[in-house]
Design a protein around this ligand. Structure first.
Ligand code: PLP
Length: 352
């Protein structure tokens, strides 16, 4: 037998293991749900009928998610993480050789699944400051004529976000399907969700893994016009959401106040991290430059990013490194303080 080229040329996705003491590399929430909610989730999971398949329509969870996002149930489908939805969309909304346009740098899974779907990539590059304007995106799309345009807003890994009106301008100016990955939108508050269902070329992705603090359950949502959502629903595997995750998600999404608290807690820790890092970075302007970010992580630009990354690993602190940047997920207040102290000591050593 022969293993196909599209597989052979792929690099395996390489998530970091648990062996680091402080894990600030994957953008999850650093906080467990409140005790009350955790208990309610445990109880709901204990009631799962182990010998039965889960609800294939994910009805209860969809109902709660639709209410939360202000859409109808027919506007929403659930995925095993938004990751699965990215894979299903790219594989089912394309034929071999169709074109996916990405804006680089961006979430690596878009190109990853496009490779498996045997799509061609069109790339629009962000500038040196990691920015890209709506005009630049529209111009690139009109030139390249992709079949699908997919990008994260706010962007992982750059931490930058496009405002709602810019996003709407992009969607109404291009002919192709637009997939707006809003994994971090709770932190930014510029969602196009309220407008999303009137477009016939738009799918919005949301997730429980970031602001909602439920990464373990792997729950993501695709939201949009029923004509598109119905197609994703056909293409997903019938029991894609296991019964435990459905149970956990149903409890969590029924408590909007808990979600609000979770978001506020993450944002407060992130603001604190940013403020602690400001004086440190100002002290070593020739080494590092702190960037603002509208997400739950902070970005530091440095010619020595790789070197700093490795020095942090030696202290059992794991962050992400890309090009000349470090991406640091905000942890708990304590983790953030330890990070700042360690980082500061590394810079001091480098400066001498
Ligand atoms: C984390 C992340 C996701 C993945 O979310 P899951 O729902 O956990 O699969 C999707 N898109 C971006 C940009 C992310 O950073």
């Amino acid at each position: 037998m022969k293993i196909p080229q599209k597989l052979l040329r792929m690099q395996p996705y390489d998530p970091t293991e648990d062996r680091y003491k402080i894990k600030l590399d994957a953008n999850e929430s650093a906080f467990l749900p409140s005790e009350d909610i955790s208990r309610e989730i445990q109880e709901a999971m204990a009631k799962v009928a182990l010998h039965r398949y889960p609800d294939p329509n994910v009805s209860n969870l969809r109902k709660k998610a639709a209410a939360l996002f202000g859409v109808q149930m027919e506007n929403l489908v659930v995925g095993n993480g938004s990751d699965e939805l990215i894979s299903v969309i790219l594989n089912s909304f394309s034929n071999r050789g169709d074109r996916l346009m990405v804006l680089l740098p961006d979430f690596s899974m878009y190109a990853f699944y496009a490779g498996l779907a045997e799509m061609e990539l069109s790339v629009a590059c962000k500038d040196e400051e990691m920015e890209i304007t709506a005009e630049h995106i529209i111009e690139a799309a009109q030139k390249e004529k992709p079949d699908i345009l997919m990008f994260s807003n706010p962007c992982n890994p750059t931490g930058r976000g496009l405002k709602k009106e810019d996003m709407l301008r992009v969607i109404s100016s291009v002919d192709c399907l637009v997939v707006a990955d809003e994994a971090y939108m709770d932190f930014f508050g510029e969602s196009i969700l309220p407008e999303s269902c009137r477009f016939e070329n738009l799918i919005v992705l949301r997730t429980c893994s970031k602001a909602f603090g439920l990464a373990a359950a792997r729950l993501g949502f695709a939201i949009g016009h029923p004509s598109l959502i119905g197609e994703i629903n056909k293409a997903r595997s019938p029991f894609n959401i296991n019964a435990f995750s459905q149970a956990a998600g149903e409890v969590l999404l029924a408590h909007p106040l808990e979600l609000k608290r979770s978001l506020e807690r993450i944002l407060a820790a992130k603001e604190a991290l940013f403020e602690q890092l400001q004086p440190v970075c100002k002290q070593y302007p020739e080494l590092v430059e702190l960037r603002s970010s509208v997400t739950n992580f902070v970005i530091i630009k440095s010619k020595y990013a790789k070197q700093i990354y490795e020095a942090l690993l030696k202290q059992s602190i794991c962050v992400r490194c890309f090009n000349d940047f470090l991406r640091i997920t905000s942890g708990t207040m304590t983790e953030n303080r330890i990070f700042t102290e360690t980082f500061s000591a590394i810079l001091e050593r480098m400066a001498n």
